[in-house]
Design a binder for this molecule. Structure first.
Ligand SMILES: [Zn+2]
Length: 255
């Protein structure tokens, strides 16, 4: 069994001993870093590629998640840069994702296209309950401030949202907006893997205040990424990880 960290915008690797591994999947080949911590390894995957070369709507999510499965990964923490459409959550802060609303349009959303029968994945707890609890506990211990739990709205991108769209997302119960967490979280569930994600708030959404400046986005990510990945590593290496207290390994229903 292994654990993995998926790095979103601005989080492209970890400063430890690592080797590159290329994993073949039916959906394409994926490059990951196998990062060494004593006698243990954590898989690191840069969601957009090492040089941030893949835009959100073209990320090969199925290849990424299948590659992690091939590497025997069972537990995943991910980061993602998000905009805030909730005045309680400010740029520069981090939030733990608790649920999502899907506004993507044209991405492959499942591994199950009917060959194995009709299969539905439960989204009662899209983000693993155990990994979320462990994150809260460790963040508190380490003094890492988490602004709260957030509902993530996933848009198709790569364009940013209009002010009218943001108003709608906010009224529907969305707190933060990004372009990559769906279908990643769904595919993890389809593969029986525990998955949790943290949003790094880089900007206010359109119409919520000032327009977004690239330097500000990167500065917000920069100030959070090391603390965040260190915390993930600590949990993944030292916590008692198990699937007996969450629904992640039994979320599929076959009709
Ligand atoms: Zn789980």
């Amino acid at each position: 069994m292994r654990a993995a960290i998926i790095g979103g915008t601005g989080v492209y690797g970890m400063q430890v001993d690592s080797r590159v591994e290329r994993v073949s999947t039916p959906f394409g080949t994926v490059e990951v870093d196998l990062c060494r911590f004593g006698d243990k390894e954590i898989v690191f995957l840069a969601r957009h590629g090492r040089k941030h070369s893949t835009p959100p709507h073209l990320i090969n999510f199925r290849a990424n998640m299948r590659a992690l499965k091939e590497l025997d990964v069972k537990y995943i923490y991910a980061t993602g840069a998000v905009g805030s459409c909730n005045e309680r959550f400010n740029p520069g802060e981090i939030v733990l994702l608790k649920d999502f609303i899907d506004f993507t349009k044209q991405r492959p959303v499942t591994f199950y296209d009917g060959k194995e029968g009709v299969i539905h994945a439960s989204m009662a707890d899209p983000y693993c309950k155990n990994l979320r609890e462990l994150f809260w506990q460790e963040a508190q211990k380490e003094g890492l401030k988490v602004a709260g739990e957030a509902v993530y709205v996933c848009t198709e991108g790569p364009r940013f949202e209009t002010a009218a769209e943001i108003k709608m997302y906010s009224r529907l119960g969305g707190d933060v907006v990004g372009m990559t967490n769906v279908p990643e979280v769904v595919l993890a569930k389809e593969l029986g893997m525990c998955y949790a994600a943290v949003g790094i708030i880089t900007n206010w959404c359109t119409g919520m205040g000032r327009e977004v400046e690239l330097e500000e986005i990167m500065a917000a990510v920069e100030s959070n990424k090391t603390n965040l990945t260190n915390l993930f590593v600590k949990i993944l290496l030292h916590a008692e990880l198990a699937q007996n207290n969450c629904q992640c390994s039994k979320a599929l229903m076959k009709l």
